[in-house]
Write a new protein. Structure first.
Ligand code: DQA
Length: 144
């Protein structure tokens, strides 16, 4: 079974209500459903987790080794702060694509830096929820 891990960090459980002018009106549940349905047509299973806790996200990344073809990760604000998440990503061989709904480069300067991007396969920003689907496409194409 080919699997992808869809991981969302802090405050992304509030999507739909949270600053819709920035993040859009889609709920996390509907985004997860969309990626899951899309991947299913290519015989992929998507496992999804959301956590507001850095340590829990680290545990999930550590446990991903050997289980997934790729990790689609929106780390939320931890993107800009977390050396621990960066070290977790560096510790596994599963490739990670960093996804942001908003165009972080058009926002406050503290959002312009990603601690994680240098150890990720790539980064998708500012394309809304389609970004998650694009990341899935990259992993599925690579493993086709
Ligand atoms: C975000 C961008 C981050 O700067 C912010 O802290 C988030 C969401 C995005 O998807 O655009 O929580 O990751």
């Amino acid at each position: 079974m080919k699997r992808l891990l869809l991981l969302n960090g802090p405050n992304l459980n509030l999507l739909g209500n949270r600053e819709p002018q920035v993040y859009g009106s889609a709920t996390l549940e509907s985004i997860v459903q969309d990626v899951t349905n899309f991947a299913k047509t290519f015989d992929y299973v998507v496992e999804d987790y959301q956590s507001n806790h850095e340590g829990e996200l680290i545990d999930l990344i550590q446990q991903a080794e050997g289980k997934y073809r790729g990790i689609i990760f929106n780390p939320g604000a931890y993107t800009h702060t977390s050396i621990a998440l960066r070290d977790a990503i560096s510790s596994i061989s599963v490739p990670v694509i960093e996804v942001h709904l908003s165009n972080v480069h058009r926002r406050e300067s503290f959002r312009h830096t990603s601690m994680l991007a240098p150890v990720c396969k790539g980064q998708i920003v500012g394309l809304g929820s389609i970004g998650y689907r694009l990341a899935a496409t990259v992993f599925m194409e690579e493993n086709a």
